[in-house]
Ligand binder design. Structure first.
Ligand code: SF4
Length: 407
């Protein structure tokens, strides 16, 4: 009987499968003391809600976020007065805390505001759909080539001073396209589509490049995850085709709150990061900005892109489970959660547990009723009564010299 040739790698041969996330190669873009790009960890950012006229309140909010791990903080500057106030906020941060990397969000007709705030922050975010306001005309059904070119000239003239200012100061710009605020002529030409979003960004990128300014970060946010995914993928593809290597800022806008807001953000941001797309992230929740930071870190940790907490591997429990898994996992977590960098498994039984611990550094596995086994990697080290399980796990980690006392 003829036998079929063996495939080079079978579906169970995981050693042959590449499990690394390979990030799309980008340039490094500075934002104060932080760099955004594929040679650096994916950067976490968020935005304060405080009015920048409230110098004390805004300074405290920025500090709070930064202390939680938010590496770049965004503020919004709706007027020239707000832009000027950012100078005081930046100074207050330097005097009382740290020079936290700041980004200013500039919206409608923001040229003067952007020019002012560019003096005080490390990066300016502009929205191509709003930077030069094109008043929609109800009767309009089309844009002629001449009209298109005239607006493009106006955009160039308006953007140029900001680009020159940022370029000469060694600062950066985010070209932040939003699906919900595409310029009318983009809508007429490309429809309400990811193509329109990408073309909108490319128009601004080309102006920046013509002025020899390359400290650019691009975003393609949308509130619907499939639209956001398509826009970022298309942007990455187009940039690759055009030889552009700008980093991408990922986010799902108006994700909402609670569990669904987190799931929606994770579906969008996590899917792209897993494909190697994305260099900085913001989870936008309709909650206090402080709540966004743990979600960012959980996404990055789950993908193995950053390690900011202990990785716990735990089985869901089943009829074979030999102890109260939820309780024990809680006890193990409380005792070891400060040992950032370790992977610890809590598994209900020895039937499947040891094989499924996913190469954890240590394992706590149900052995026989009333007893558990402790593992170092794949090696069973000792069997102990369940009541001593957590204490013995700590002893084992101490014996390996991998224990530190909690702060
Ligand atoms: S490890 Fe054991 S107890 Fe846990 S789910 Fe698998 S079979 Fe059940």
């Amino acid at each position: 009987m003829q036998t079929l040739p063996k495939p080079a790698s079978s579906s169970t041969d995981l050693s042959a499968v590449d499990t690394m996330i390979r990030r799309r190669k980008t340039r490094s873009v500075p934002v104060g003391s932080i760099f955004i790009g594929s040679d650096h960890p994916v950067v976490v950012q968020s935005m304060i809600n405080e009015d920048t006229h409230d110098i004390e309140g805004a300074t405290a909010a920025i500090r709070r976020l930064h202390e939680l791990g938010c590496e770049i903080v965004r503020v919004t500057v709706p007027s020239l007065g707000h832009a000027k106030a950012v100078a005081q906020i930046k100074q207050r941060l330097r005097d009382t805390y740290l020079d936290v990397p700041l980004v200013a969000d500039v919206h409608h007709n923001g040229m003067k505001i952007a020019l002012e705030v560019a003096k005080h922050v490390d990066k300016v975010r502009i929205n191509p759909g709003l930077y030069v306001f094109e008043k929609p005309q109800e009767s309009r059904t089309d844009y002629s080539d001449q009209e298109f070119a005239a607006i493009a000239d106006q955009i160039r003239a308006t953007l140029e001073p900001l680009v020159i200012s940022l370029r000469d100061q060694g600062k950066s710009m985010r070209i932040g396209v939003n699906h919900g605020s595409l310029a009318e002529r983009m809508l007429f030409t490309y429809g309400d589509t990811p193509e329109g979003m990408v073309e909108s960004a490319l128009e601004f990128i080309r102006i920046c490049e013509s002025l020899d300014f390359h400290n650019l970060v691009i975003s393609m946010k949308a509130s619907r995850v499939p639209v956001m995914l398509a826009a970022y993928r298309l942007m990455a593809q187009r940039m690759d085709d055009l030889g552009m290597d700008y980093p991408l800022h990922l986010g799902v806008t108006e994700a909402g709150d609670g569990e669904y807001g987190r799931i929606k953000s994770t579906a969008g941001i996590g899917t792209l990061l897993a494909a190697g797309i994305g260099d900085t992230i913001r989870v936008s929740l309709t909650e206090a900005p402080e709540k966004e930071i743990p979600v960012c870190y959980s996404i990055l940790q789950a993908l193995g892109l950053r390690k900011t907490m202990v990785e716990y591997v735990a089985c869901p429990s089943c009829g074979r489970t030999l102890f109260n898994l939820e309780e024990v996992l809680h006890e193990v977590r409380e005792a070891t959660k400060h040992l950032v960098g370790l992977d610890i498994a809590v598994m209900g039984c020895i039937v499947n547990g040891p094989g499924e611990m996913a190469d954890a550094d240590y394992g706590y596995v149900g052995k026989t009723p009333g007893f558990i086994s402790l593992y170092r990697g794949r090696d069973e080290i000792k069997k102990v009564p369940e009541a001593q399980g957590v204490a013995e796990l700590i002893n084992l980690i101490k014996a390996d010299d991998r224990w530190v006392d909690p702060e």
